[in-house]
Design a protein around this ligand. Structure first.
Ligand code: NAD
Length: 360
């Protein structure tokens, strides 16, 4: 297969981690006979420096024309004082909205080899954690009507949370289809005891669940979910929820895995076009030092193969290669524990080499 990938390396550690993902994809090309064509586009601070905007119209057109988009991270202290309209993150929101990326998938995996790195006790995470959060990304309170007005001599601010049946149904389908490829369980998170939007959410999910009798379905309130993620995270397979609840719960869940550098994500449209990125930021404190963990980005590339290109075997090969690197004791600084025997500290580029070699 031939696929066109638009590459947005971005700022800080973005270029060094994306280079490792491209290194790994190079081995996939050789081993499985594919051809990946890369088009680089500046995004974030580096684009502001060159063009005065966080992404140019031509850059956006190249994202839209691609088979998929691979992103590093954007931002850094240099651009913190930019006016809101041209801040680096503006480009991310623009790409998500222009590409219609309504579904955000965040696999939360604690590899058993790294259970020491989790803040939770061994008795809770000893067998690893493997759950998927499916977050609605283009609706809800972040996109609802908002206003601040003067009422009876004081300021009153309002943010509306709105969901329509079709928005709920399409994210629900993504969750049920994901569950079919995993542990066949969906937990739908809402606040149906209080919110109308959650009651509609629940009704649509129940109707959808009838179409997926092979998937075990449950409702769970968002406050209980926050507790259960800490108490017994391995009870979950796929969690599906609206935009703001998903924003908060996915950050909570990311902490269970030990290092933010391990976590990939995918943002999907109604077609096959998606954007794939690690969940962390540009880590300016370690940029250019060759010590960043590239695994979140490499696993994002694996998600790209699985979700946008339908290359499940190739994605499995990348995931197995990461697993082997960890089994063999290789650790970047963020997951390295000097007191643990049998482990070797490696840099960002060396971790990329090891994972690429494991595939070859
Ligand atoms: P961050 O995720 O960049 O860093 C938080 C901490 O985690 C830092 O100590 C960093 O060194 C560490 N870290 C992050 N990724 C790592 C990796 N791969 N390997 C090892 N350690 C890693 O968050 P921050 O410091 O709050 O933000 C820095 C910049 O990134 C800001 O400008 C912020 O706006 C931006 N940001 C961008 C995105 C994105 O591009 N999607 C997301 C979040 C933050």
């Amino acid at each position: 297969m031939q696929k066109n990938i638009t590459v947005l390396k971005g700022d800080g550690i973005g270029p060094e981690i994306v280079d490792q993902a491209i290194k790994v994809l190079g081995v996939i090309e050789e081993k499985f006979g594919h051809k990946f064509e890369y088009t680089e586009v500046d995004i974030g601070g580096c684009s502001i420096d060159k063009y005065g905007v966080p992404i140019t119209d031509e850059g956006m057109a190249k994202c839209k024309a691609a088979d998929s988009v691979l992103l590093g991270a954007v931002g850094g202290p240099k651009w913190d004082s930019c006016p809101p309209a041209i801040r680096p993150e503006k480009a991310l929101l623009a790409v998500r909205s222009e590409l219609g990326l309504f579904a955000n998938l965040r696999p939360t995996k604690l590899f058993p080899q790294l259970s020491d790195s989790s803040p939770l006790k061994e008795s809770i995470v000893g067998n690893g954690i493997d759950l998927m959060i499916v977050r609605e990304l283009t609706g809800g309170i972040y996109f609802g009507k908002r206003r601040t007005e003067e009422i009876n001599g004081e300021k009153v601010a309002t943010d509306e949370m709105t969901y329509s049946e079709h928005e709920i149904e399409r994210i629900g389908r993504v969750a049920f289809e994901s569950a079919r490829k995993r542990g066949k369980k969906v937990a739908s998170v809402d606040k149906a005891n209080v919110l109308d939007s959650s009651r509609l959410w629940r009704a649509v999910m129940h109707k959808l669940a009838e179409e997926y009798p092979d998937v075990e379905y449950s409702d769970i309130l968002v406050d209980n979910t926050a507790m259960q993620l800490i108490k017994n995270p391995s009870q979950f397979d796929v969690i599906v929820t609206e935009n703001m609840f998903g924003d908060i719960l996915s950050d909570e869940a990311s902490m269970l895995t030990g290092s933010i550098g391990m976590m990939p994500s995918a943002s999907l449209s109604e077609g096959t076009l998606g954007m794939y990125e690690p969940i962390h930021g540009s880590a300016p404190d370690i940029a250019g030092m060759d010590i960043a963990n590239p695994i979140g980005t490499i696993m994002s590339a694996a998600m790209m193969l699985r979700y946008s290109f339908g290359m499940a075997v190739e994605a499995d090969a990348i995931e197995a290669a990461v697993n082997k690197a960890l089994d063999d004791g290789y650790r970047t600084a963020d997951i390295y524990d000097a007191a643990k025997c049998g482990t070797t500290k490696v840099g960002c580029s060396e971790m990329g080499d090891i994972i690429a070699k494991n595939i070859a």
